[in-house]
Design a protein around this ligand. Structure first.
Ligand SMILES: [Fe+2]
Length: 417
């Protein structure tokens, strides 16, 4: 394991220093009503025909209809694609690409959560590489060509997809694939709090906790830069300050704007540092039982932070201070534990533990998870994380198995509810 850990660290050191050098050309436009600026932004670049990609629920909303009317009133020709569900699959990305080409569009406007933006990114890669199937573009740096302009308008505050240079898409067999390429970051991110006005409570909690996890994992990872740490600190401060207000419908437009900014900053932070075992284990558990990503990361986060142990105390203590949750006179260790405990408090406050328990029970149709399930989850998590994620401490398969078992056992026994 010692030799393995050393080789992982060398790999991560080289990869992360390359990532810090990448300059993202992402322009952010923030504020109430900024979604209505889009026609002017595009017209300045001589873009007249756009493919608007959205989800099946959003397309029916009055807000979406108003936006499209305003686009048309300002002379923008819109073709609408809403064939993407809660997770983007290759089929819907291929369909979006075909529609774009058929209608001779010049840009894509993605209005929705992370899956909608990921669909736009995957379709745009396919448009840039028309002779290739989108499946063949999955992997790292396979596009390397200018893609059409993407304007991303998030309707959730969590994934950070409006600023990341990757897209997660599901293959026909259900496997998740990733397109990671420095060229696929949306050119414009519109952070308009009007777009998150009617977000259901559970989604506010799941997406907000996802953003908190992005920022936390980025912050504690090795090789984080001064800039990525600053983004992560601001994101964590804003999330802890606003998430409860937004969840209970208080705080109004200002709190929702802050959550959008936090999600964006957390996305920008983890683009430079990657995520860690919280995401690797959550992808494996979520994929196995088909559970919402944000729900699972919220559950897994405190377990992984506790597993890292004293090596991250200093960083968590600083996050605790920044967020205003530590008290005078506390030691560094106590402050670090306060941060972890605060995540647990949020999970209880937003009923995430109870929802996880119910969903897990329903998905696995029993009160127990088989040893085979635990092993396959652990194997998948380790394969995702090692050697790629520059985590504070390297986890072995055996350690991962124990941790997964603990997470699932506590959830099945309602230990955390
Ligand atoms: Fe995430």
């Amino acid at each position: 394991m010692v030799f393995k850990s050393f080789s992982y660290r060398v790999y991560q050191y080289v990869l992360l220093h390359f990532m810090h050098l990448v300059k993202y050309q992402n322009k952010v436009i923030s504020g109430k009503g900024t979604v209505y600026y889009i026609p002017n932004i595009l017209k300045k670049q001589d873009i007249k025909k756009v493919l608007v990609i959205t989800g099946p629920h959003i397309v029916k909303s009055a807000m979406f209809k108003n936006i499209i009317s305003s686009f048309k009133n300002k002379g923008l020709i819109c073709t609408i694609f809403y064939g993407t569900g809660s997770e983007t699959d290759i089929k819907s990305a291929e369909a979006a690409r075909s529609l774009y080409i058929k209608e001779s569009c010049n840009a894509i406007v993605a209005i929705g959560g992370g899956s909608v933006t990921d669909c736009a990114k995957a379709a745009a890669c396919g448009i840039a590489k028309q002779k290739k199937s989108i499946r063949s573009l999955c992997g790292y740096e396979k596009v390397r060509k200018l893609i059409p302009v993407i304007v991303a308008v998030p309707t959730t505050a969590g994934t950070g997809a409006e600023t990341t240079a990757c897209a997660v898409i599901k293959d026909v067999n259900g496997d998740k694939k990733i397109i990671a390429d420095t060229k696929i970051c949306p050119k414009y991110a519109i952070l308009d709090p009007l777009m998150t006005e009617n977000l259901p409570r559970d989604l506010i909690a799941y997406t907000g906790m996802d953003a908190l996890t992005h920022a936390t994992e980025s912050y504690i990872n090795k090789y984080s830069s001064k800039g990525s740490r600053k983004d992560a600190e601001t994101a964590i401060f804003l999330i802890i300050e606003n998430i409860t207000n937004v969840y209970y419908g208080n705080g109004g437009i200002v709190s929702r704007q802050d959550m959008l900014e936090a999600s964006y900053l957390a996305g920008r932070a983890f683009m430079r540092t990657s995520v860690g075992y919280v995401h690797a284990i959550s992808h494996a558990i979520g994929g196995k039982y088909n559970l919402p990503h944000g729900m699972v990361v919220a559950i897994v986060l405190p377990y992984v932070l506790e597993w890292y142990g004293s090596g991250i105390d200093k960083k968590l203590a600083r996050l605790s201070d920044i967020s205003g949750i530590s008290k005078n006179g506390m030691s560094g260790k106590q402050k670090a534990q306060t941060y972890i405990n605060f995540v647990k408090i949020l999970n209880q406050r937003f009923s995430i533990n109870a929802n996880f328990y119910k969903s897990l029970k329903k998905a696995s149709k029993s009160h127990k998870t088989s040893k085979n399930d635990i092993l396959s989850i652990a194997k998948s998590a380790i394969a995702e994380a090692n050697p790629y994620y520059p985590v504070p401490k390297i986890m072995s398969l055996k350690e991962c198995k124990h941790l997964v078992q603990k997470i699932l056992r506590d959830s099945y026994t309602k230990a955390n509810i």
